[in-house]
Ligand binder design. Structure first.
Ligand code: GLP
Length: 279
């Protein structure tokens, strides 16, 4: 695992957006060589999307040969509802970049056969060649996508009932009214994310501090599904200072001491040898 500790939210999103840009550019995507990117929603990645849009506008980056798969979507929320993950992704990102709409994959939470929808999603990921980089956030209870506490760590894309904590956390997007929050969702499984060649997790703020501690300082545990990535050979976690509040001082010092190595991941020439190093 690599843990990159940045000063604040803005620095965290700057670092992560530059990392994603570099990964895509160094991959040299083309018509027969698409970069496959897994993407999250939530408030945490918003700053990254803004920065990636800026890179596209300044022609530093193109999504022409990028295929995306989103992590999750609510069940039963109309696609054009302002809080659907379809609306979120198109409004905050896709409509501002040069991606081919056919290359965007978001689960359909209104499909008549939800199980079929989930199986097809897994099939499409496989058909694309597998995900090169899966970017994700976490809930305060350490859930990844909608893999709530107790989810199988080898789970695949499926329907999940949301935990009460998640419904309460997400009520802020639904007029703070928990009765308006959908109670189930389609989500990639922990196993789906584990299959990605690299996983990048963003963690910001004190409300996620305990989850970060459980993710990296305690053992792999299905009650904190993000901890599964301890078993991933290329797990990169980018956080801000606030999120480190529950970490041991020696953990923080150790990873801060590696900052000059980590900064090579986003700077300079093609550091693909470093990028492809297992950690
Ligand atoms: C939801 C999403 C997760 C996301 C989490 C945290 O539960 N399903 O994928 O990581 O929210 O969101 P935020 O970044 O707003 O804290």
């Amino acid at each position: 695992m690599r843990l990159v500790i940045t000063k604040d939210y803005d620095e965290m999103t700057e670092w992560s957006a530059r990392y994603i840009k570099k990964r895509i550019i160094d991959f040299k995507p083309g018509p027969n060589h698409y970069f496959v990117l897994g993407l999250p929603t939530g408030s945490t990645p918003l700053g990254i999307y803004k920065k990636l849009v800026k890179f596209v506008k300044t022609k530093e980056l193109s999504f022409k040969y990028v295929i995306t798969f989103n992590m999750d979507e609510y069940v039963g929320l109309p696609r054009d509802h302002p809080e659907s993950y379809h609306s979120y992704m198109w409004n905050n990102f896709f409509k501002h970049i040069d991606i081919e709409p056919n290359n965007v994959h978001i689960l359909d939470g209104n499909a008549t056969d939800l199980v079929h929808e989930c199986n097809e999603f897994e099939r499409a990921i496989k058909e694309s060649g597998g995900i090169e980089l899966f970017v994700g956030g976490i809930g305060p209870d350490g859930h990844i996508a909608f893999n709530e506490p107790g989810s199988s760590l080898v789970s695949r894309t499926r329907v999940k009932t949301l935990a009460q904590d998640t419904i309460i956390a997400n009520a802020r997007f639904f007029d703070n009214d928990i009765t308006k929050v959908p109670t189930s969702a389609l989500t990639v499984g922990v196993g789906t994310v584990m299959d990605a060649r690299e996983v990048l997790i963003l963690i910001s703020g004190t409300s996620k501090a305990y989850a970060l501690h459980m993710a990296i300082e305690e053992g792999v545990n299905h009650m904190w599904t993000v901890s599964a990535f301890q078993n991933h050979s290329r797990f990169l976690c980018v956080c801000d200072e606030d999120a480190t509040m529950e970490l041991k001082v020696k953990t923080v010092r150790y990873f801060k001491g590696l900052m000059s190595v980590h900064s090579q991941l986003i700077n300079g020439n093609d550091h693909s040898s470093l990028l492809h190093t297992e950690n």
